[in-house]
Write a new protein. Structure first.
Length: 132
């Protein structure tokens, strides 16, 4: 018999939440640094998003090894898809600053951070309390 423990939960969910926080930080960093010209793009700030994408893609192998083989999406799968989508979004945000003003990008980034946090809360609430 396998012992139920929180170790598996922390192995799967906590790193995904940390990657989500890195996504939020990279979105906010894009708004703080301002609008770029294509010539003066700050690749150092963008490398955080690219590194996070590599971490999210590599973490899929950890989830495959630890999660059970079922025919539906588990909470870890749902969180993984959400974090992957947010990471791709964080890769697109700095390039949008080429075309829009700094004030608009600052507002959009703040709105995105708030909406992504609310969406994460909804996904967790839905997975634990509504979807049974």
């Amino acid at each position: 018999l396998e012992k139920n423990s929180l170790g598996t939960v922390f192995t799967i969910i906590v790193p995904l939440l940390i990657m989500f926080l890195i996504v939020l930080a990279s979105i906010m960093q894009a708004s703080i640094l301002g609008n770029y010209s294509k010539k003066d793009f700050n690749w150092n700030g963008y490398s955080v998003s690219v590194g996070n994408l590599a971490a999210v893609l590599a973490y899929r192998f950890v989830i495959e090894a630890v999660s059970p083989d079922v025919g539906y999406l588990t909470l870890s799968d749902t969180l993984y898809v959400f974090v992957l989508g947010c990471t791709v979004l964080s890769l697109a945000i700095p390039f949008l600053s080429f075309y829009f003003s700094h004030a608009l990008m600052k507002r959009v980034s703040l709105l995105l951070v708030i909406l992504l946090n609310l969406l994460l809360i909804f996904i967790i609430y839905y997975s634990f309390f509504i979807k049974v």
